[in-house]
Design a binder for this molecule. Structure first.
Ligand code: ASP
Ligand code: MG
Length: 426
């Protein structure tokens, strides 16, 4: 017997019929002899609808009352799932954020989970009751409802799994696992048996949006074994216990999995792309101490995340160009801020470009193998794809290219690193 946390997203919860399918999957998991807790999202589109109501009611809405409104989507689906499970003859009850309780720090609309101490929930599960827990919501120290930020129910599920000391946290979603790259771009993309937390963090943050990034960080910190798998399955589908999806695990467990399956670790695990960044070039910035600080301080104060940064070689007159990227949505704000500080920074021109894409190759195997970056540069050069900027970390190499070349670059790299599936037709 194991203790399993199952999480279902908004698409899986959208309407009575789908909730019935979910209830069936949950019932089968319990029938396999496990203690089961389920974390649910609101119905797809519901949170957007509720956010709009808040905006209409008061454009300068109070985040505490916003939380009261938007948390209701998950209250509805958790109650409906408990009812549906009961109709199938299961014992089930809902545990709202304040009942469990899921304590958060009181930053409304972007709260962080502080602690979950839920002996009553554990006791109930041990009596054979399925615990149904709304994702996304918690309770602040002073007893008010909080929410965790959009997409937060993945984080709820991982936090609940950690608190309940679950053997596994199964995240059911509309894809059947984590692929080597976006299967809509590369037909030969392969589903991975397992990836490490570190790899998943890089893949999630560079645009492979399977899980909320924060949930992966939490799983790594708490050592929660996560499986990503499809909720669109039939009665004869492979049971979750046979791990049909992708496991997200520690480095050590990854070694075991590779050993057992006789596989060799690939140098590159996945290729991600991200079209949501914009490039800013400041020309003729003084090449002296403090100049770069003048650029990035105001951006940091405005909570604008700077990603890639390159400072070019200085020119003869003690000047240099500085290139960096910011989220596309923040470009107008960043540009205005920099214009405002023009005399402090002392640049000549500001050039912006939001028609760019960031392509990243990710893999822990890179730590021990040289040549990953040069393979990337050669493969792109052979296709005439120009690289505008480069950054690296221990397990990632990212380049900036023209947005129009995104699909080509991803395909070329997928082949260059030997990731193409063998038999499937392209
Ligand atoms: N319902 C919330 C949202 O749409 C949380 C989630 O589904 O993860 O952001
Ligand atoms: Mg989601």
């Amino acid at each position: 017997m194991a203790r399993i946390v199952m999480k279902f997203g908004g698409t899986s919860m959208a309407g009575t019929e789908r909730i019935r399918r979910v209830a069936n999957i949950v019932r089968r998991q319990q029938a396999a002899g496990h203690e089961v807790a389920v974390v649910v999202s609101a119905m797809a589109g519901e949170t957007d609808r509720l956010v709009n109501f808040c905006r209409e009611a008061n454009p300068l809405y109070d985040p505490a009352e916003y939380d009261v409104v938007v948390a209701s989507g998950e209250q509805v689906t958790s109650g409906l799932l408990a009812l549906t499970l009961q109709s199938l003859g299961c014992k089930a009850r809902s545990w709202l954020g304040w009942q469990m309780p899921i304590q958060t720090i009181e930053a409304h609309a972007k709260a962080r989970i502080d602690c979950i101490d839920a002996p009553e929930v554990v006791a109930s599960m041990q009596r054979g009751e399925i615990a149904v827990i709304p994702g996304f919501q918690g309770i602040s120290e002073d007893g008010r409802i909080t929410t965790l930020g959009r997409g937060g129910s993945d984080t709820s599920a991982v936090a609940v799994a950690a608190a309940l000391k679950a053997d596994r946290c199964d995240i059911y979603t509309d894809v059947d696992g984590v692929y080597t790259t976006d299967p809509r771009i590369v037909a030969k993309a392969r589903k991975q048996k397992a990836v490490t937390y570190e790899e998943m963090l890089e893949l999630a943050s560079v645009g492979a949006k399977v899980l909320q990034t924060r949930s992966v960080g939490l799983a790594m910190k708490e050592g929660v074994r996560v499986q990503v798998l499809s909720s669109f399955i039939d009665d004869d589908a492979t049971p979750a216990d046979e791990l049909p999806g992708t496991l997200i695990v520690s480095d050590e467990e990854m070694e075991e999995i590779l050993k057992d399956s006789d596989m060799e670790r690939q140098h590159v695990t996945g290729i991600a792309h991200d079209k949501n960044e914009a490039k800013i070039i400041l020309t003729r910035v003084p090449d002296k101490p403090g100049a770069v600080a003048h650029i990035f301080q105001p951006l940091a104060q405005a909570s604008i995340n700077v990603d890639m940064i390159i400072q070019n070689v200085g020119r003869d007159k003690g000047e240099t160009d500085v290139t960096f990227t910011v989220p596309q949505a923040d470009l107008p704000r960043a540009q205005a801020l920099l214009e405002d500080k023009r005399s402090d920074i002392g640049f000549n021109r500001i050039i912006t470009d939001d028609h760019i894409a960031k392509i990243s190759v990710v893999g822990v195997g890179m730590k021990s193998h040289a040549g990953v970056a040069s393979t990337m540069f050669k493969a792109l050069a052979d296709r005439g794809i120009n690289i505008q900027a480069i950054t690296t970390s221990e397990i990632k190499v990212s380049v900036l290219i023209d947005e129009d070349e995104t699909e080509l670059a991803v395909r070329v790299l997928h082949t260059a690193y030997g990731l193409d599936a063998e038999d499937e037709a392209a």
